[in-house]
Design a protein around this ligand. Sequence first.
Ligand code: NAP
Length: 231
Amino acid sequence: MPDNPLVKETILILGGTREAAELARDLVENQPAARVISSLAGRTREPAPLAGEIRTGGFGGIEGLVRYLRETGVTRLIDATHPFARQISANAVEAAKIAGVPLDIRTRKPWPKQPGDAWIEVETLEQARDAIPPRARVLLALGSQHIGVFASRADVHFVVRMIDKPEQPLALPDHTLVLGRPGDTAAAETMLLIAHSITHIVCRNSGGTAAYAKIEAARQLGLPVIMVGRS
Ligand code: NAP
């Protein structure tokens, strides 16, 4: 149980998403007797400010997370991580069981395909790479750790958007790097797609609202989206 008698509940949010940030804000505002801690993996150099407390970095697997839950007196664990962050979600299930802490899973549902969407649905990044037609101009909406798969497509021009400047040059023969967060509106994403003469988007079916504007923009422009599903 929490040490401070005024703290009725200690909530640990496994975060790193916009939804997790919104949840932290909501809990801090509406549950004043709760201690709210957001956990970030530490991948983003300057994460957006968060309500409540923040802890950063891996826990050290299931064991480390169990230790943290016990030592911190966590009474409720919320998994609000990105749906493709599978390791931490799997660890959360096991650790919650071992530590006897209730787990609330709030990971996003995939986006359903809408009328007008020109999706080429694939299961893996390799299949996405192979589905790109020759000499396409592709918005590669993926994290830096997934870019290497596309290095063999020297015939394709890739536009890569990243929040932080990568420490190493990207391993893509022909690319443009755009620094910044995804646009909030379809109009902003449409401008980017037109400015770079994009013919295709490659992304994963992350769900949620934060990354959806590019999907709407693609629909409006009739652009094909090579969509990697959750296998
Ligand atoms: P992952 O493969 O599931 O996790 C790898 C390891 O990173 C975990 O085993 C854990 O290390 C640590 N970790 C991950 N999320 C953590 C968190 N919220 N707090 C503390 N440690 C965490 O995850 P990932 O795909 O690398 O994603 C990392 C973070 O970025 C997640 O928080 C996720 O919500 C966010 N994010 C991911 C994506 C994506 O496309 N995957 C997109 C946007 C945001 P230990 O085993 O040492 O505890």
